[in-house]
Write a protein that binds this ligand. Structure first.
Ligand code: ADP
Ligand code: MG
Length: 281
């Protein structure tokens, strides 16, 4: 009898492997013992096993999507201090995290000074989209421009564009830090026009629209890019001073109070640098 049981177990494992059901393979014996102890019927046992397999598949798929998105850090809306940034509407961001804008192929644009939370919010929305099963890719704009130019030189541009065309959400972070070259600007424009009404874009920028010509070079290209990007788009302004700067100032004020209002020689250059204005992030 024992011999028979172990033979069918070997066979069962073989079949489950052929059917690519690794979680059921790993859990079936333990759950069978549990089901026997609980007096559960066969269908309940089968239901439990298939549920475990599905859950594990979904977890692994979410992990793969998150990895493929290449997010710079993990940020969430829960970790964003909305009180410190009153120009950002919390309700709107929570609605965007539900990803209906992706279904409608709409865009989101974050505009504001360095350090005001644009990348944080873009990353949080990208994470939310991964969690809901969307294919997402995050790029710094300069990184994408370089990648496009390299692909063009290596004659692999079509392949790269085909991969981008499969995305549901493309995040372009930091539009405006380094003006792209003319070819880079044209390739970027091509990506943005191809994405138009086919996938959603999230763009972050510290540049007012009037200065976008610095990135795209020509008025014509800038106009056409803005036209596509801002058609059906939520524009969110992160007004105010840098969060890091605010944080650092608050910390120094606290340190200053703790020291009886004075500041040490060691801290003085740092304080001067902070009070002298923002540095780019
Ligand atoms: P930006 O992209 O606008 O330059 P970041 O999103 O990179 O700014 O923000 C700089 C740092 O400050 C990040 O570590 C970010 O998580 C944090 N930060 C910015 N704003 C907030 C906020 N309102 N609440 C919590 N953290 C914030
Ligand atoms: Mg940023």
């Amino acid at each position: 009898m024992k011999q028979l049981e172990s033979t069918s177990l070997v066979l069962l494992r073989h079949h489950l492997k052929a059917l690519r059901l690794p979680t059921i393979t790993a859990e079936c014996e333990k759950l069978a013992r549990q089901a026997a102890a609980d007096n559960a019927d066969h269908l309940t046992y089968l239901l439990q096993l298939t549920e475990l397999e599905l859950l594990e598949r979904e977890r692994k798929a979410a992990e793969r999507r998150l990895k493929a998105a290449h997010l710079p850090t993990h940020k969430t809306l829960e970790g964003f201090d909305f009180g410190a940034r009153p120009s950002v509407n919390k309700l709107l961001l929570c609605e965007l995290a539900r990803c209906e804008y992706i279904e409608r192929r709409e865009n989101v644009l974050f505009v504001g000074n360095p350090g005001t939370g644009k990348t944080h919010l873009a990353t949080a929305l990208a994470m939310a989209a991964c969690g809901r099963g969307y294919r997402v890719r995050f790029f710094r704009l300069t990184e994408l421009a370089t990648l496009l130019m390299e692909a063009r030189d290596e004659r692999s541009l079509l392949g790269l564009k085909a991969r981008l065309a499969k995305l549901d959400l493309l995040v372009l972070d930091e539009l405006g830090y380094v003006p792209a070259s003319k070819i880079g600007a044209e390739l970027l424009f091509d990506v943005i026009s191809s994405a138009y009404e086919r996938c959603s874009l999230i763009v972050t920028t510290n540049l007012p629209f009037a200065s976008w010509t610095e990135v795209f070079g020509s008025e014509r290209l800038t106009g056409a890019t803005l036209d596509r990007l801002t058609h059906r788009c939520q524009i969110i302004e992160t007004k105010g001073e840098s969060y890091r700067l605010r944080d650092a100032k608050a910390k120094m004020r606290k340190e200053g109070t703790a020291e009886g209002g004075g500041s040490s020689e060691r801290d003085r250059p740092r304080r001067n640098a902070l009070e002298g204005g923002e540095t780019s992030s």
